[in-house]
Design a protein around this ligand. Sequence first.
Ligand code: SF4
Length: 330
Amino acid sequence: MRTILRVEDLLVEFPTPHGQVRAVNGVTFQLATGERLGIVGESGSGKSMTLLTIMGLTPPPGRIRRGEVWFKERNLLEASPQELRQMRGRHIAMIFQDPMTTLNPVFRVGEQIRESLRVHQYLGEERVPASRRKALEKQRVLRLMAEVGIPAPEERYEAYPHEFSGGMQQRAMIAIALSCDPEVILADEPTTALDVTVQAQIMRLLDQINRQRGTAIVLVTHDLHLATEFCDRILVMYAGQIVEQGPTEAVIRHPKHPYTQGLLGALPEIRPEKTPLMPIPGEIDLAHLPPGCPFAPRCHRAMEACSTPPALLEVEENHQVRCFLYGGLA
Ligand code: SF4
């Protein structure tokens, strides 16, 4: 598999009354074609901000201070706004947590999916009369709606978002993401707003898209269980940094970082044998991080060395950890 998306040393800062806060702090990772990568961590870990920055959607007043985001041979951080607009949807698409904040309540669902095709000129520039083009676009939208499991697409094409259930709205969002057949889908907590049964249906749909279309998927979630079920590889973030990454099996069966162990320890269904049930005290406070390991104030294994920043080091093949229990200084 070749690398399709590569993030290098990405750093995103936000001004706050306490000074500049690093929401994303030196994040580096790769995504291979057709791969399923999970990014997990609590709120404030930087996972959603990483996705938004890849899409060129860093919310103001956030600033990208350094880093690179490569899609194939193009550094997206150097792309013009027009090039980025073309890239979004056409090559990389995003599914957001809450479809109601993304779907426009005053437009019919089918038209919103068709708009995505139109904006990205998915059907090409050939000289097709406008009425014929519209009919072709509508046919494609109806096929997409059927593919993502929206029943009676002809009828539902004309419906407004409020006439859809939460699960159906998320399916419509997935249809928009799929409309231009992207090579990468970034899914930001795509099932958080849904009940458990609908959540399982949406994850099955993403599974089907990945298998049948070969679309690479980055799944951002606070739900380690969900990431375990779905992803080939897991990347654990804390306070804007990657603290552990590796194949799902390795990270789940042999978690190394105390933070990953804490996250797993709270999940009885996948907690590794002999890992004590140990909730993580406190919460991430980006404005008051210590100068060394950011996890130190919450870490039950903190020691003197932790007052300097640890580096991300390989502890097993393809399994990396940022913790002094396993290696040296940054
Ligand atoms: Fe805990 Fe120290 Fe490892 Fe940080 S570096 S996770 S404080 S043991």
